[in-house]
Design a protein around this ligand. Structure first.
Ligand code: ADP
Ligand code: MG
Length: 289
């Protein structure tokens, strides 16, 4: 379970999540807020996609729609993979259960016997550097440790698809760095690569973890900009990326896309036509030319 597997190139894998012209409007009449418009996205099996954008731009709305937690107002979401798992900014652990029992819970709910689920929880807690902490309750753990428990819980059922909404957004920078690298290791250590859609506001996090980074063009309504492909083997480390030429190029492209998105922000036409970057724009490779 911990061996690094050969990842099939994402472009050869079948689509796992497909969004067709997805839009989301909250409310009706003059108070209606159109949070998303014309979102087209295909995530292939085993691919790790980061959706990156500024605070309030519609990231959580987009993830909730992608994950099937919210219905889109227009368009279609085609989720072609089973066994989803979730992780959010707040750890959402049950406070009356120990860390170990929190990790065991999804296994218990899927009928795994007591002994097996206990062993799996222990092994997962060890992978997220929480050896010997399984008997503690959430209030006895730091914020970073609670997110480690959430990470272990997210992997407990060997998910085929992971939906992550800024899971490390509330952590201090150093804790965040180690958790990101643990996530990279956990994703790479599966028997089958897990399809992952992650929301982030961190360029470094996106480059560390993903095969493809899709900038969210700030609205409202938000739309998607041209994806940036990071063609480096996963798992990566922050140390490796610090001086890597492709990472440097990917970083520059992402920052340029986000800056352009912020500058385009106020331009909504009176007809309501999208003024943001078109989702059909071709992907940019992080590879130096
Ligand atoms: N349930 C809701 N009802 C009304 N408006 C909402 C709702 N959820 C989100 N919004 C609006 O949609 C926009 C995007 O919000 P959100 O997706 O939470 O942004 P982010 O996660 O990027 O911070 C915001 O303008 C927010 O006020
Ligand atoms: Mg959010």
């Amino acid at each position: 379970m911990t061996a690094t597997v050969e990842h099939r190139p994402a472009q050869l894998a079948p689509p796992a999540v497909v969004l067709r012209e997805v839009g989301k409007t909250f409310g009706t009449g003059p108070d209606a807020v159109t949070a998303l418009r014309d979102i087209k996205l295909t995530v292939r099996a085993g691919e790790f996609v980061c959706l990156i954008g500024a605070s309030g731009c519609g990231k959580s709305t987009l993830l909730n729609v992608v994950a099937g937690l919210e219905e889109p107002t227009t368009g279609e979401v085609d989720l072609r993979t089973a066994r989803p798992s979730f992780m959010f900014q707040e750890s959402a652990l049950l406070p009356w259960l120990t860390a170990g029992r929190n990790v065991e819970l999804p296994l218990q709910l899927s009928g795994v016997g007591r002994r097996e689920r206990r062993e799996r929880a222990e092994s997962l807690l060890s992978l997220v550097r929480l050896d010997g902490q399984g008997r503690k309750r959430p209030h006895e753990l730091s914020g970073g440790m609670r997110q480690r428990v959430s990470l272990a819980r997210a992997f407990a059922t060997e998910p085929r698809v992971l939906f992550l909404d800024e899971p490390f957004g509330a952590l201090d920078a150093l804790t965040r760095d180690t958790l990101q690298q643990d996530l990279a290791q956990l994703c790479a250590g599966r028997e089958r690569p897990v399809t992952t859609v992650m929301i982030t506001n961190s360029v470094e996090e996106a480059i560390l973890l993903s095969d493809r980074i899709v900038p969210i063009v700030t609205g409202p309504p938000a739309s998607l900009g041209s994806p940036i492909v990071v063609e480096l083997e996963r798992p990566r480390t922050l140390a490796q990326l610090a001086h890597d030429e492709q990472a440097t190029h990917a970083r520059a492209h992402v920052v340029a896309a986000l800056t352009a998105s912020m500058q385009r922000r106020p331009r909504t036409s009176s007809t309501g036509a999208p003024t943001a970057l078109s989702a059909a724009e071709p992907a940019v490779s992080g590879k130096p030319a």
